[in-house]
Design a protein around this ligand. Sequence first.
Ligand code: AMP
Ligand code: ZN
Length: 139
Amino acid sequence: MDHSECIFCKIARGEIPCAKIYETQNILSFLDISPSAPGHALIIPKAHFPTVLEVDPALGPDLITAFGKVGRAVMAATGATGMNVMLNCNESAGQVVFHTHWHVIPRIEGDGLRLWPGGKYDSMQEMSALAEKIRALVA
Ligand code: AMP
Ligand code: ZN
């Protein structure tokens, strides 16, 4: 597949600018251009994976390291006391840029962001049955 027109590949190659905050051999982090809160950052693998489902598991340690380093710095810079690390996978989940990326959103008590509306199962039996179905499908 040709990724030459992918916007995040272009950012990773330095062909279009970004507000860079962290870079290693495999990972790049920069500020989201349309932030949910000031300091909202994105963390991307430099290599092109359309969604999280394709990401090379070998990048796990690099990504976890980036969550910690970028998250701590974003919180320190903005005075945040917490953060959400989020990822959208596929259009139904709100993914717009198909070069996978994690959102790091700094949070402060009372900031009013509502990211996780909680639902409920009708019964523990329903929950257990769904867990069993999913467990059987874990490859
Ligand atoms: P998603 O909905 O998870 O695909 O998120 C894509 C994110 O990328 C959005 O929050 C956009 O604001 C952000 N974005 C798109 N283009 C750029 C860009 N050139 N620089 C920084 N962030 C961008
Ligand atoms: Zn890409």
